[in-house]
Design a protein around this ligand. Structure first.
Ligand SMILES: [Zn+2]
Length: 285
């Protein structure tokens, strides 16, 4: 699944291509979108805003409707010049939005819905803007409360709940736990409020920093002397723990562990030494 910062970048690029310009063509292979477009045509409307909310990409039209898409595992939005060759086969196309300069194509986008402002507010799956780590109106106190409410779940899982804190993906989950010294398998109830607050602050800092770095899909959280920010082919080289199974911890030299975690079986990396369980127990990895 794409990280929140990847969706954020996609939204920014889409915004540059579409915002403030009238749509010339709108089409979709989804009957509900086609029907909506037949009733109130998108062509002729301006794209007023493009934004990411967690892993959702939202495109707001001047007629008041918002197209909400979620990429899940395989979906993506591409931006082409007119006449440019598509990098995916035509049968993967689900949505096309064109203006006089660009053709944006949603390939294999599995979730795509038209919303009114009211239905958008009501929709529980699309994160509110104030729990998105990348938004200026991010409300850390609210997010700390939300995390604390998941007392009996492991912090590594809770950080991935997009309705609790939006924008943290699986890479950042492990990195956030490492930089705050929290064991990802620790239940939330065993953490202090200060620890939860530290994790939330780290989430904002790490995800935000990577958006600023803006170097394609490179994710950088390791700020030590081996720091590399661009042209790095080994994804683990710029990270503290993610993808570094068996390698020495950058802080203590202990070998980095790896374990499958949670109901969605996501892979988690950590250092036993730097991230002890509060009760002194150990987690095998
Ligand atoms: Zn360590």
């Amino acid at each position: 699944m794409p990280e929140g910062d990847t969706i954020f970048r996609t939204a920014r690029s889409m915004g540059r291509a579409l915002m403030g310009k009238p749509v010339t063509v709108f089409r979709s292979t989804y009957p509900l979108l086609t029907r909506f477009n037949d009733d109130s045509p998108i062509a002729g409307q301006l794209v007023e805003h493009v934004e990411s909310r967690g892993k959702w990409l939202l495109i707001q039209f001047s007629g008041g409707a918002t197209l909400a898409t979620h990429m899940l595992m395989n979906g993506s939005w591409h931006i082409y010049r007119h006449g440019e060759r598509w990098q995916q086969p035509r049968f993967n196309m689900r949505i096309v939005i064109e203006n006089s300069d660009f053709v944006t194509v949603g390939f294999k986008v599995p979730v795509a819905e038209m919303h009114t402002p009211q239905s958008l507010d009501r929709d529980k799956r699309i994160p509110r803007t104030d729990i998105d780590v990348l938004r200026p109106d991010f409300d850390a106190t609210r997010v700390i409360d939300r995390i604390a409410a998941h007392a009996l779940e492991e912090i590594g899982d809770v950080l991935l709940h997009q309705e609790v804190i939006a924008g943290v993906g699986n890479v950042f989950k492990s990195e956030i736990c490492f930089v705050t010294g929290i064991n990802p398998f620790c239940k939330v109830v065993a953490l202090t409020r200060e620890q939860i607050a530290a994790a939330v602050a780290a989430a904002q800092k790490l995800v935000g920093a990577n958006v600023l770095v803006d170097s394609g899909n490179t994710i950088v959280t390791f700020g030590g002397r081996h720091r590399r920010t661009t042209h790095e082919t080994d994804p683990g080289a710029s990270l503290w723990v993610y993808g570094r199974t068996g390698d020495p911890c950058r802080r203590c030299g202990e070998r980095i562990r790896r374990r499958i975690q949670g109901p969605d079986a996501r892979v988690t990396f950590w250092c036993q030494q730097c991230q002890p369980m509060p009760d002194g127990s150990s987690v095998d990895g």
